[in-house]
Ligand binder design. Structure first.
Ligand SMILES: NC(=O)c1ccc[n+]([C@@H]2O[C@H](COP(=O)([O-])OP(=O)(O)OC[C@H]3O[C@@H](n4cnc5c(N)ncnc54)[C@H](O)[C@@H]3O)[C@@H](O)[C@H]2O)c1
Length: 259
């Protein structure tokens, strides 16, 4: 028996990084997954790799999470492919250039607002009827430790990820009030080894080990995280083991915010 046997999950931004680790984890534990990404060919390649090990478990869709029409068509196609939808992981997200306020731009804010925050509303809105039908169901929003603690130069990332944290609670309470048995929680990683850290590696002259050592300095466990550190939390929240858990936040941060 897998921990998410029979569940049907849609994961956004899943062509690589954390989303890819989540997809493998959920499939290994018995779920079907729709991996969606703005990079359709990379999503297709991941689904093919998963299906080579777990035939028929993965489906891929090109999907820009900032586009409402694409949400509607991708959810419809994913529901048809998997026979329903019981887990939504709003994972797609982007950072931006480190920019102090006077040099910041509306374009930088708009991009992070669209991809980090508006996307979460669109996902919750359009997935909810299907999640209700498939209940017990779970929405997992990937925020960041940067949604709970600020850093200079990260205005739009801090603000959009903080908004995801609070919006998660709104959705959790709305679903609970209506007895839908759809739970909603947020996950807050600190630095995890994925391509999103590439700018830090570039700042360290391309020396990945040096960049990771620098990033780990403020972390009590003295290292940065692995994608599976986040994927295990997502697995728990996706499964019915977490059936009494809604509207709360999970910090995957090596003790960073305990200080
Ligand atoms: N890795 C970390 O250190 C870290 C820490 C905290 C939070 N996070 C969050 O975790 C999530 C996943 O990040 P990651 O580390 O895997 O990053 P990543 O850059 O490796 O992956 C992000 C994926 O999102 C996709 N994407 C970008 N714009 C998109 C769009 N408009 N529509 C659909 N897909 C789009 C990219 O193609 C990519 O495959 C993000 O929300 C990120 O903010 C990551």
């Amino acid at each position: 028996m897998g921990r998410v046997d029979g569940k049907k999950a849609l994961i956004t931004g899943a062509a690589g990084g954390l989303g890819e680790a989540m997809a493998w984890m959920l499939v290994r534990e018995g779920a079907k997954v729709a991996v969606t990404d703005i990079d359709g060919p990379r999503a297709q390649a991941l689904a093919a790799a998963i299906n080579a090990d777990h035939p028929g478990a993965a489906f891929a869709f090109a999907h820009d999470v900032a586009d409402e029409a694409q949400w509607v068509s991708v959810i419809e196609a994913a529901v048809a492919a998997m026979g329903g939808l019981s887990i939504l992981v709003n994972n797609a997200g982007v950072g931006g250039p480190l920019t102090f306020v006077e040099a910041d731009t509306v374009e930088n804010w708009q991009r992070q607002y669209d991809i980090n925050l508006k996307s979460v509303m669109l996902g919750c809105k359009h997935a909810m009827p299907h999640l209700r039908d498939a209940a017990p169901a779970s929405i997992i929003n990937i925020s960041s430790i940067a949604g709970l603690a600020a850093a200079p130069g990260m205005g739009p990332y801090n603000a959009t990820k903080a908004a995801v944290w609070m919006y998660t609670k709104t959705i959790a309470l709305e679903a609970a009030k209506q007895d839908w048995n759809v739970r909603c929680n947020s996950v807050h990683p600190v630095f995890i080894k994925t391509p999103i850290l590439d700018p830090f590696v570039a700042m360290a002259g391309g020396d990945e080990a040096k960049a990771h050592e620098r990033l780990s300095r403020g972390i009590p466990l003295k290292r940065i995280g692995e994608p599976d550190d986040v994927a295990y939390c997502v697995l728990y929240l996706a499964s019915d083991e977490s059936k009494f858990v809604t509207g709360t936040e999970f910090r995957i941060d090596g003790g960073m915010t305990a200080q």
